[in-house]
Write a protein that binds this ligand. Structure first.
Ligand SMILES: [Zn+2]
Length: 348
């Protein structure tokens, strides 16, 4: 069973005609309803997170700054991150959506997906950044750890940008294994997320970056994810799986130079469900509205029908369709480099 978490109130984070605007989640939900992807009983309203939920991750200075800034009417928090009068409440709602999705998984849904905004993965403990105000995923992890006593988390972030905020928050944490696949940071925001960034102190070996060069496509993503996800899950043996969803790696997206096709988003949903049995998903980026609504439908289809789709994939694999021939040498080299760097931690 699949659940969605969404609120009409997300429009109250009013960013005008910024690429990260209210239409993003609206077109997603319009398509969900038009295509009848889910029963209305499986679509849930989030609640705003409490102060204590935010304070587990964010400094009180950051929280108070956002609150006061919005109270004065908002504006630019930095050169590309906007807040409006109601963004503080809406950001708390977006974090609450992620938390609700996790709760729904604990209640027995196979997967639950929070379609919220503002996004979160660039926000660190101390500041908003890259369209993100509070780190929705990190707030959820810390809630699950403290309130629900869950110990080990594995995160896959396939937004085209490195989730630098999430990575930084858990950089010294051995119980949160963060994997991010993204466009090479030399060519895109935020400029970090190199293969050598593997975590610090006790967290060493629990931060894994897969930076792929511009022009990489679904074959490259599949090649590397097929070789990385399962061994990590096997070695690390997490209690809870989270997926940070980004559609900005799609070939039509205006912000990136990665060329994913629509089908990738169904593939990754099936792959993660096959590895994890249950997953909590949280929306981050994706800025081409048409691609966004189509690919989101693909993702939800994968979440709902993963068993049937997995059986079909296994059958096709047996027929021996060799997709590796289309993989760029650069991708294979990145995997080899990763294999060496991670040899003390995970055997790929
Ligand atoms: Zn992004």
């Amino acid at each position: 069973m699949t659940a969605l978490v969404y609120s009409e109130q997300y429009k109250n984070h009013d960013t005008g005609n910024h690429v990260e605007n209210e239409r993003r989640v609206q077109v997603i939900m319009e398509t969900v309803r038009e295509m009848n992807l889910l029963e209305s009983d499986d679509i849930f309203e989030p609640d705003m997170v409490e102060d204590e939920d935010l304070l587990r991750i964010h400094s009180s200075d950051h929280i108070e700054h956002i609150k006061a800034f919005c109270k004065k009417g908002g504006g630019y928090l930095d050169y590309d991150t906007i807040a409006s009068a109601q963004s503080y409440e809406t950001a708390r709602l977006s974090a609450g959506g992620a938390l609700k999705a996790a709760e729904l998984v604990l209640d027995g849904y196979d997967n639950a997906y929070s379609i919220g905004r503002p996004p979160g993965h660039h926000a660190n403990r101390y500041k908003a950044m890259g369209f993100c105000i509070f780190n929705n995923l990190a707030v959820t992890v810390e809630y699950l750890r403290e309130v629900r006593k869950i110990k080990k988390f594995m995160i896959l972030d396939f937004d085209v940008h490195y989730g630098n905020g999430t990575a930084e928050i858990f950089y010294e944490d051995p119980d949160v294994f963060y994997i991010s696949i993204h466009q090479d940071p030399r060519t895109i925001f935020p400029g970090t997320g190199f293969i050598s960034e593997i975590g610090r102190d006790e967290g060493k070996g629990a931060n894994l970056n897969l930076p792929l060069p511009p022009g990489s496509d679904s074959s490259d993503y599949k090649y590397i994810l097929e070789r990385v996800l399962r061994p990590v899950a096997h070695k690390f043996d997490p209690d809870f799986y989270l997926v940070d969803v980004g559609f900005d790696g799609h070939k039509n997206d205006p912000l990136s130079s990665i060329n994913l096709d629509d089908q990738f988003f169904e593939w990754i949903a099936v792959e993660m469900m096959d590895i994890a049995d249950s997953i909590t998903l949280i929306l981050e980026g994706g800025y081409d509205l048409n691609a966004l609504s189509r690919c989101n439908a693909k993702l939800i289809n994968g979440l709902k029908n993963y068993q049937v789709l997995k059986d079909k994939r296994d059958k096709d694999d047996k027929k021996g369709s060799d997709t590796n021939s289309k993989v760029y040498d650069q991708t294979k080299n990145i995997f080899q480099e990763l294999k060496e760097i991670y040899s003390p931690y995970v055997d790929f």
